[in-house]
Write a protein that binds this ligand. Structure first.
Ligand SMILES: N[C@@H](CCC(=O)N[C@@H](CS)C(=O)NCC(=O)O)C(=O)O
Length: 258
């Protein structure tokens, strides 16, 4: 449900470069940063190095927005040209990172906080009762603080290769740690289709996008329930729409973000 562009009032200067994905920062699916009333603006990648396509954290918010079916625009950030380091972007996010959500002038960063905000604001992708909401908060934190640290480090080691001289040495210990937390997740998913029970929530978006960080690392193979859970979530039409729009925005080959 991403809307078209009216980039004229955009405060961020967008530039182009070479050897990167994302040719048009002002395409219909990106390069937009002015807010119409009642419309979210998501700052996500418009150009990024191809090796991180499919695992960038803007995907979490894009997926949630698609699930919710709310109107939104995407400002496609030109990472390689240094847009994240501009004064204008620093004002949006002190950490100079994506994703950033602008809800009619209310600016929020941190993918977990953004997803919980969207769920609370719309009353969707989260149960209505307090214990149910607490389960969503619990599993959102679990994804970001128990699973993501070891999985993210494995991802970085695999991406950096020889550029990280101690990576190969650190990896086995990280895999052991990852297997411990994945084992706990495997147990939790016994008898429940989603983290908070019968219903898909924003905690599942966070967890699945964290699991995707090691989708090609050979770490998930020993965890059939985790793998089936990931597949179940990734079959959702909103995720497939998210990936299609993302690949188009980045001009990445079709299917490359899967
Ligand atoms: N804790 C933040 C992390 C955000 C983050 O690491 N963003 C990355 C992309 S996945 C980024 O913007 N990297 C570019 C940079 O740091 O220069 C969140 O969950 O939103």
């Amino acid at each position: 449900m991403a809307e078209g562009s009216d980039a004229e009032r955009c405060p961020l200067e967008l530039k182009t470069g070479q050897g990167l994905v994302g040719p048009s920062l002002r395409s219909s699916a990106g390069g937009v940063c002015s807010n119409a009333a009642g419309m979210f603006t998501l700052y996500g990648f418009g150009r990024v190095t191809s090796k991180v396509v499919g695992i960038t954290r803007d995907l979490r918010v894009l997926w949630a927005l698609e699930e919710l079916g709310v109107p939104y625009r995407v400002h496609g950030v030109d990472h390689p040209s240094g847009e994240l380091r501009t004064e204008a972007f620093h004002e949006l996010n002190p950490f100079c990172q994506v994703p950033v959500l602008d809800d009619d002038g209310f600016v929020l960063t941190e993918s977990g906080a953004i997803l919980l905000y969207l769920a609370e604001k719309t009353g969707r992708l989260i149960p209505a009762d307090l214990p149910g909401r607490a389960q969503v908060t619990r599993w959102s934190f679990a994804a970001l603080t128990s699973l993501e640290p070891p999985l993210g480090q494995i991802l970085m080691i695999d991406l950096l290769g020889a550029a990280d001289p101690t990576g190969a040495q650190r990896r086995p210990e990280l895999v052991k740690h990852a297997e411990r937390v994945l084992g706990a997740l495997e147990d939790w998913l016994g008898g429940r289709p989603y983290l908070a029970g019968e219903v898909f929530t924003v905690a599942d978006i966070l967890m699945v996008t964290v699991l995707r960080e090691v989708r090609n690392a050979g770490v998930l193979e020993g965890f059939p329930r985790v793998s089936a859970y990931r597949e179940r979530c990734e079959e959702r039409p909103a995720w497939l729409r998210t990936l299609d729009a993302y690949e188009q925005r980045l001009a990445a080959p079709s299917g490359s973000a899967r």
